[in-house]
Design a protein around this ligand. Structure first.
Ligand SMILES: Nc1ncnc2c1ncn2[C@@H]1O[C@H](COP(=O)(O)OP(=O)(O)O)[C@@H](O)[C@H]1O
Ligand SMILES: Cc1ncsc1CCOP(=O)(O)O
Ligand SMILES: [Mg+2]
Length: 279
């Protein structure tokens, strides 16, 4: 990116991009095939629907040749990985559609780490994980830290930014590290997203849901996965902020976040999305 283009990417530019991509999802209703974990299916499908996309949880290897080529994007999540599902994931990732990987608990086992690395070699457009997952993938290691928390992060997102840049350069994927600040990198630029509320960590599978949303945004902006991922994270975080205004805890936040996502309007998005180029 040259200096002039960088200059133009001010907060107002990002707000307009986020609104334009959400509007494109609403207008085009991209079909997103989801091969995702059993915990996340409901919230991921509802997140996609409330954003305007069409989710389809299609897992059978025998359906991939007919179904996947007709999808606008594919979302693959290893959260409840089993040997039965890995061939479907490989096939769907190889079907020529833009696709996004969520490496849930990448360090949980050698089997899971190997599966994540194998999938990474199939060129996802975006990998979105929490800081512990991105650090594990970048180091290709399941070495358990003393505070390993499985699907939850035991690191801050800022601690994984350098690892994310290295992983992006080695894999060719845009890497998104979620957390209090979401960081998205293509190995050179790093973009920070400051939307969201901490209570989102207390709802299971919010990470999975936002990765599904990233897939929908990649479907409408396949040529700029960095922008698509940053805007999806900001939109989801903003829905969390608005949802939190009427919530008492995780269960009501889950409901109000989905309602807020459905109701987002141009004024709210352009004035409240907080995305900035970090470097
Ligand atoms: N401390 C926080 N403050 C604001 N938003 C957060 C915070 N932690 C996580 N989020 C948001 O919650 C969503 C899920 O992120 P995260 O909890 O990191 O993923 P995972 O569920 O995969 O561990 C993301 O949209 C992220 O921006
Ligand atoms: C709890 C759990 N166990 C296996 S998958 C899963 C959901 C993880 O969701 P997220 O990565 O969004 O926290
Ligand atoms: Mg996760």
């Amino acid at each position: 990116m040259d200096g002039e283009a960088k200059e133009q990417r001010n907060p107002a530019w990002w707000g307009r991009r986020a609104w334009s991509l959400l509007s494109a999802v609403r207008a085009r209703a991209p079909l997103v095939q989801c091969i995702t974990n059993l915990v996340s299916m409901d919230i991921a499908a509802n997140t996609l629907l409330s954003a305007g996309a069409s989710p389809a949880m299609v897992h059978s290897l025998r359906e991939v040749p007919d179904f996947t080529p007709r999808c606008d994007a594919v979302y693959i999540n290893v959260g409840t990985l089993s040997e039965d599902w890995l061939p479907s994931m490989r096939a769907a990732a190889s079907a020529g559609r833009p696709w996004v990987l969520d490496p849930v608990a990448a360090a949980a086992s050698g089997f899971r780490m190997e599966a994540c690395l194998e999938l990474l070699a199939l060129r996802p457009a975006v990998v979105r994980g929490n800081a512990s997952e991105i650090l594990a993938l970048a180091h290709r290691s399941i070495a358990a830290s003393s505070n390993f928390k499985g699907a939850d992060s035991s690191h801050e997102s800022v601690d994984a930014v350098e690892a994310a840049k290295v992983l992006s350069l080695s894999s060719g994927a845009v890497i998104a590290v979620s957390g209090a600040v979401d960081f998205i990198t293509n190995g050179e630029q790093v973009v920070g997203v400051n939307n969201g509320v901490a209570m989102m960590q207390k709802i299971t599978a919010t990470g999975c849901a936002v990765t599904a949303l990233i897939a929908a945004f990649v479907a409408v902006e396949p040529s700029d996965a960095l922008v698509a991922a940053a805007c999806a994270l900001a939109i989801f975080g903003l829905a969390g902020e608005i949802g939190m205004e009427s919530s008492k805890g995780p269960a009501t936040l889950r409901m109000h976040l989905i309602d807020a996502l459905y109701c987002l309007d141009e004024e709210t998005v352009t004035s409240r999305v907080k995305i900035a180029l970090q470097s």
